[in-house]
Write a protein that binds this ligand. Sequence first.
Ligand code: SF4
Ligand code: SF4
Length: 389
Amino acid sequence: MCDPLCVAPFTSVLIDSDKGIRPCSAYGGVGKHIPGSAGIGRLSPDCSISDVIHGEIWRGVTDDFANGRVPAGCTDCMNRERQTGYSKRKYFYRPNWRSGITFLEVNSTNLCPLQCRHCGQHLSHRWARQRGAPVHKPDSALLLKNLRELDLSHLERVAFKGGEPMMNSDVPTVLAHLQDIGRLSEVTVVFTTSGSLIREDVVPWLSAAKRTYFGISIDGIDEVQTYIRHGPSNVARIDDFVRFYSQVPRVAFGMQPSVMIYNVFSLDRMAEWWRGLPGRVPGSVVGGPRFENMVLLPPELSVRCLSDATRARLADRYEQLDPKLYANVVRTLRLPFAGAEIHDQFVHLTRKVDRMFGRPVLESVPELAPELELLGSEADPAAGNGASG
Ligand code: SF4
Ligand code: SF4
């Protein structure tokens, strides 16, 4: 077989907060998948990771790719790549993709101290509680039993994402297992974290890993950050976080913002703040600013809800500032307007969550004032609640 369009289903396993199992975080369950979950199957005492990745549905996904078809669960991922230039697919390719599992992602809890506006119940237990949805706790004994059944001898990367990995007790379990099987020194450990919590117990394992990378999901500075990321999150905490984990050998930090309607006016200020990090934390290894991930879901938080004039003005400004750094931002700003209905849903959603959190948007993002006019669609005022996950 020549290289398939995407190698993720051949090389990668992801465990979601609801214990759903899928190839990657962009894969969306459809058809015979678990109802209400993106997973292909769900880890439980009666269903192992091995059962899922060797089962009929997973085989259907790999068969599709092997035969040049895009599986139904990959449609959104491919559309996103077409629209914004960003895609998970590009990160998975490895020349040794035929060897087996090279990538493991463990997002096995929705415990998170924050309640970000673009997040939802699957990733934030605070959203889950608000909606009466389940809080998914880690189950380290079940996970360890399953990891022992997998061939991880080719593993190159292990990733821990949301909820908040620093609240996930499965993190030390996985790292300890990789050390037990003699693989940790060959593995790059990747965290996507808000940088708002520090856990000290992982330091010895990270020190034994090949490399550690922290992608910090900052979404703004000052009021924009605290407006979007409701909870104990501010940029001073991120400085402390970087200072603490800089003690880990072979560690690097990157910024991982989600660009949406609330922060698109101030990306340059975010970039400037990020560039100042090595000066504030001497000795830290920090990559350059990046703006790759454009929020498309929920659609009412996408920059496409801004008026034509505002999108054009912002696109011109970012193109002039740095066409390479802001390439995905400009590309998304130049997409067509989302439409009156989705725009009005943005206004209703913003007002609703503002009331819930006691944070009027214009105190943090005054540039949105002309965008809060309703356009007269028949959008359901009750639609949405900030829960996308
Ligand atoms: S195409 Fe996208 S969604 Fe599908 S498996 Fe690859 S990375 Fe995941
Ligand atoms: S986006 Fe990340 S930090 Fe924010 S609530 Fe969701 S999981 Fe937590």
